[in-house]
Design a protein around this ligand. Structure first.
Ligand code: NAD
Ligand code: UDP
Length: 313
C-alpha cells in the first residue's frame, strides 16, 4: 500500500483518480482548494478509511509524507481559467514548484498533468510528443497553455538537477461523469443544453476538431504512466478518434433524442482549430490504448447529467 497525494482531487479527473487508487488498495490524500472542484465529487470517498481530504491551495507550500504525487490541481476549462488568469498561472507554475519541492524532500515519484494545449493551435497534425507547439504567449489562453508549458519545463529541470523520478502526461480532451454542469467545456455544455431542449452553442463554424477520451480510459493511462519503472519523456494520453464540433453536437442531439437546434456563436479567440493525439508512445511504452468508443462514453455521460438535472428539479 502506498500513500498517494492527488492535487486537484476534488475535480473531474482527480475524483475519478482518487476512487481508482483507493480501489487498488492505496492510501489517498486529496488536496484541493475547491476553485473548480466540488466536495460532492468526493462525498462517497470521505467514508473510506484510507481517504483524507485537505482544503489547501498548492500555490502555498504543503508539508506531508507521501510516496507518489499526481499533480492535477489547475482549472482546465477555458471559461474557468480565464476568470482568474493570474491564479491559474500561479497554480500551474508556483503550485507545480511547490509539489516538485515536496517530491524532492520526500523522494516521492511525481506525475505532472500536462495538456494537449501545450501544442497550441498545432501546425503538426496529429500531434506527436516531439512537436514543440504553436502558442500565443500573450493571449487569453496563455495563462493556461504557457503555464502548463512552464510546468513541463520545471518538472524536467527538477528531474535533471535533483534526479527526481518524474512523468509528464499530455492529456487530451477528456469527458465523462462528474464534469461540472457549469464547467463550460463542450461535452458538458452540449449534453446539458440537449437535455433541456435548448439550442447547442457552437463557437465559430463548428469545423474545429477535438479527439475525446472517456474518463475511465484516461485514468487507466495515468496510472500506467505512474507505475512504469523509468520514463523520461512526456507521453500523449488521449483517444485518437477525431471529430469536429458540429458532428459532436449532432451526435449528442441524436443520442439524447433532443429537439434542440444549433446556434452558431462568434468563434473564441485563439481557439485551436484541430487536435488529435498520436499515441504510438503510449501504446509501445505503456501498453495502453483507449478502449471506450465515443457513443458508449457519451451514453454513460448523458445518463449522469440526466440524473443531476432531475435531482436539481
Ligand atoms: P477540474 O477543473 O475539474 O479540476 C481541477 C481541480 O484543481 C479542481 O478541483 C480545482 O478546485 C483544483 N485546483 C485548482 N487550482 C488549485 C490550487 N491552486 N490548489 C489546489 N487545488 C486547485 O479539471 P480536470 O478536467 O479534472 O483537470 C485536471 C487536470 O488535468 C488539470 O491539471 C488539467 O490541466 C489537466 N487536463 C485535463 C483535461 C481534460 O480534458 N479534462 C485535458 C488536459 C489536461
Ligand atoms: N465549444 C463550442 N461550444 C461550447 C463549448 C466549446 O463550440 O459550448 C468549442 C470550443 O470553441 C472548442 C471546442 O468546442 O473549439 C472544445 O472546447 P472545450 O472548452 O471543451 O476544450 P478546449 O478548447 O480546451 O479543447
Amino acid at each position: 500500500m502506498k500513500k498517494i497525494l492527488v492535487t486537484g482531487g476534488a475535480g473531474f479527473l482527480g475524483s475519478h483518480l482518487c476512487k481508482k487508487l483507493l480501489q487498488k488498495g492505496h492510501e489517498v490524500l486529496c488536496v484541493d482548494n475547491l476553485f473548480t472542484g466540488q466536495k460532492s465529487n468526493i462525498v462517497q470517498l470521505l467514508k473510506h478509511p484510507n481517504f483524507e481530504f485537505v482544503r489547501h491551495d498548492i500555490t502555498f507550500p504543503l508539508y506531508v509524507e507521501v510516496d507518489e504525487i499526481y499533480n492535477l490541481a489547475c482549472p482546465a476549462s477555458p471559461i474557468q481559467y480565464q476568470k482568474k488568469p493570474v491564479q491559474t498561472i500561479k497554480t500551474a507554475v508556483l503550485g507545480t514548484i511547490n509539489m516538485l519541492g515536496l517530491s524532492k524532500r520526500t523522494n516521492a515519484r511525481f506525475l505532472q498533468a500536462s495538456t494537449s494545449e501545450i501544442y497550441g493551435d498545432p501546425l503538426m497534425h496529429p500531434q506527436k510528443e516531439e512537436y514543440w507547439g504553436n502558442v500565443n504567449p500573450i493571449g487569453i489562453r496563455s495563462c493556461y497553455d504557457e503555464g502548463k508549458r512552464c510546468g513541463e519545463t520545471i518538472t524536467m529541470d527538477y528531474s535533471r538537477q535533483y534526479n527526481l523520478d518524474v512523468r509528464i502526461a499530455r492529456i487530451f480532451n477528456t469527458y465523462g461523469p462528474k464534469m461540472d454542469r457549469n464547467d463550460g467545456r463542450v461535452i458538458s455544455n452540449f449534453i446539458v443544453q440537449a437535455l433541456q431542449n435548448k439550442p447547442l452553442s457552437i463557437y465559430g463554424d463548428g469545423m474545429q476538431t477535438r479527439s475525446f477520451c472517456y474518463v475511465d480510459d484516461l485514468i487507466n493511462g495515468l496510472i500506467k504512466l505512474m507505475e512504469i519503472n523509468k520514463i523520461d519523456i512526456p507521453i500523449n494520453i488521449g483517444n485518437p478518434n477525431e471529430i469536429n464540433v458540429l458532428e459532436t453536437a449532432e451526435k449528442i442531439i441524436n443520442l439524447t433524442k433532443s429537439s434542440s437546434t444549433i446556434s452558431f456563436i462568434p468563434k473564441l479567440e485563439d481557439d485551436p482549430q484541430k487536435r488529435n493525439p498520436n499515441i504510438d508512445k503510449a501504446i509501445s511504452l505503456l501498453g495502453w490504448r483507449p478502449v471506450i468508443p465515443i457513443d458508449k462514453g457519451l451514453i454513460k455521460t448523458i445518463a449522469y447529467f440526466k440524473k443531476i438535472l432531475d435531482n436539481a428539479r
